[in-house]
Write a protein that binds this ligand. Structure first.
Ligand SMILES: [Zn+2]
Length: 66
């Protein structure tokens, strides 16, 4: 009989540090990740880390609203 040792993974809340371009904290209702408008998702501006998204290439932006 196989012993199932897999532990059920609970909601792993990965806390990501807010970037300057983030409009809200991740996980906030109505907020989703969007491609950073400044670096176009590359996470870099020229040869530097994009300050808007903090080098992640994405920013947290409000969705479902205007
Ligand atoms: Zn960026």
């Amino acid at each position: 009989m196989a012993d199932d040792k897999r532990t059920s993974q609970g909601p792993a809340e990965t806390v990501k540090p807010l970037s300057p371009g983030d409009e809200a904290a991740p996980g906030t209702p109505g907020v989703g990740e969007n491609v950073c408008p400044d670096c176009k998702g590359t996470g870099r501006l020229q040869d530097r880390e994009c300050p808007t998204c903090g080098g992640t290439g994405v920013v947290e932006e409000g969705v479902g609203g205007a």
